[in-house]
Design a protein around this ligand. Sequence first.
Ligand SMILES: Cc1cc2nc3c(=O)[nH]c(=O)nc-3n(C[C@H](O)[C@H](O)[C@H](O)COP(=O)(O)OP(=O)(O)OC[C@H]3O[C@@H](n4cnc5c(N)ncnc54)[C@H](O)[C@@H]3O)c2cc1C
Length: 660
Amino acid sequence: MTATCRPRPTAFAAFSCQNIANRTGSRLQLAYFGLGSTPPYKRWTHFMRVNFRKSARMEQKLATLSDVANNGFDFVIVGGGTAGLVLANRLTENPEVSVAVLEAGKAHIEDPLIQKLDGWVKQLANPEYDWCFPIVPQKHAGNNSISWSRGKGLGGSSAINLLGWTRPQREDFDAIEKLGNPGWNFDRFYEYSKKSEKFVIPETARCHKGYRDLYEFHSMGKDGPIPLSFARTSSGAEFEFQKSLEHHGVTTISDMLSGDLLGTAKIVSSIDPASGTRAYSASQYLFPVLEERPNLKVLSEAYVTRLLLTKDGEEIVASAVEFEHGGSLHQVHASKEVILSAGAIKSPNILELSGIGDREILEPLGIPVIQHLPAVGTNVQEHLTITGLVFEMRDDIDIATSDLMRDPAFQSKLKGAYPHVEGPLSLVWTGITYLPVQTVSERADSIIDMQTAQIVKEADQYPPGLGEQYEMQLELMKDAKVPDVEYLVFPFSLVPDTSGKPRLSLLPVVSHPFSRGTIHINSADPKTHPTIDPHYYEEEADLEIMLDSFKYARKIAQTEPFKNIVVAEVMPGSNVTDDDELRDHLRKHFWTAWHTVGSLSMLPKEKGGVVDPMLKVYGTKNVRVVDLSIIPLEVSAHTQAVAYGIAEIAADIIKNDNRL
Ligand SMILES: Cc1cc2nc3c(=O)[nH]c(=O)nc-3n(C[C@H](O)[C@H](O)[C@H](O)COP(=O)(O)OP(=O)(O)OC[C@H]3O[C@@H](n4cnc5c(N)ncnc54)[C@H](O)[C@@H]3O)c2cc1C
């Protein structure tokens, strides 16, 4: 790094607190740069004022009930979330095409909790923003339970997520095609995925070879709506973790978006470098076009209760959608198609409430069965992770943690030193690593053999198609070029902590869990939360992979230089070493990465499919699903780019199919 790369005093740190810390040597200065995502006082106040005006104008552009109720549109999209708004934008590029979007949550226009990078801390478990879906006590995880967050409001989960941007491993996506979905391979996904991306190289990062390479030579889209860049803030601890990984032969990579994830990296974030705020589907795909598209009507606080289905010969036709708004039920008519984009949890619910699903679930609830489609709400897969590997970090070195940054005493010291800087911390998560099971576990072969034997033994009890999925998963697992495990470095503790000490968590993630769960309605009341059972750890291989991944993370943490920045492992504590004790610990502290897929899988019908490769629900003439629920096999990546990519592909499928 040359002197010209040094940030100006009012500029924000571009990529590495650690780099800057090395230059300044002062924790105060480090923390100042760590505040990078919060603009200086004047900028933020001006920003808020402008936002307020924009917000009022935008509110007026949203639909009113009378714009939508009892009116007809070519397409009705259920759910104004990540995928739903991409689709709404792309379909209404043609002024002849009319689209209504019904979103259950609020509009949250220019909402600081969404825009500020650490706003998610306040959004999670807040019912204004988060559906807070409870999951049932987990039989194979000590009957413990957690809740699954999902975004409620325009932008859906892209409005509350943790901003990391990854693309799946090539082989993961190719496996989706091999399961019977022609065209759903990595190459096509990649081309469409880039359509949503606008990679912006941060000014000061131009000096950093790795990032320049990524920008100039590699794999990101540059003209799409979602600005992406490297977060200006990072803890610095992730770089120490990377260096420790390097001691164990893991490569630090600069391009994690080319379909080859193996290695350790600084993740790209969906943050607009111009404003330092969250870039999400509403801010990038909806608000910029709303004013100029009278053919697009978006109604918030419109809770869809069911699709109104009729039969046309053998085929089912959705002619309208029923929704609740302001305490009353209304309908909106669709002349071409109804598209479900309510996410992997609610889209299957809406199908079931409409009479498409397993007869054995619908009939006892008094819901007339229009089509018996037993795969609805099955094949649910979720990235398995844990919260229980937490460290106390040294506070006399240039590593920032969220705990430290939140400390009022530290903040006031900061303000004394930098009176023109306002606001709390906005450290985002940036440390990411993908590894094959062969790297993290000496038992890789025996875990594969154990799972193979299990599959042979239980094959005749599996639902249709599951055996084939498992064979595919085993192939991916045997391939040491394909990641099976991920590590996240979080600059805080996810377990409530009142010690006031700086904390950091390492989160191992099982990328391709074998366990399969279900999501079903349990009431004919559309407002009742569904019964969600992910069956965490039901398949023994998931627990054993987690165990070895946990032990590997610990090994890295005990390697220099990471070791030198840690005071102690506070959870579970380095005295806990017995495998059975650790298994209990992992059962107790399981957690979600919020990446649910598979609940309306795209597969041949006889293999457990709900939608075909054109995303149409089997047996229907005009009902499609466009969200994460269609992915039949979990991918190793974080899923927002997948949701955007699916919607970009779907838009062209729908346009072609309707000759638009
Ligand atoms: C807390 C959290 C953190 C995450 N972090 C990351 C990350 O760092 N990186 C990453 O890549 N991915 C992350 N993800 C995952 C990613 O954001 C999601 O997988 C993706 O956004 C899902 O898109 P979707 O379109 O399938 O669903 P959503 O974006 O969830 O959209 C569904 C929409 O439908 C609406 N809806 C539901 N039911 C109804 C109804 N009955 N009527 C009307 N509307 C309805 C919802 O309110 C919502 O707006 C995270 C997710 C969460 C929840």
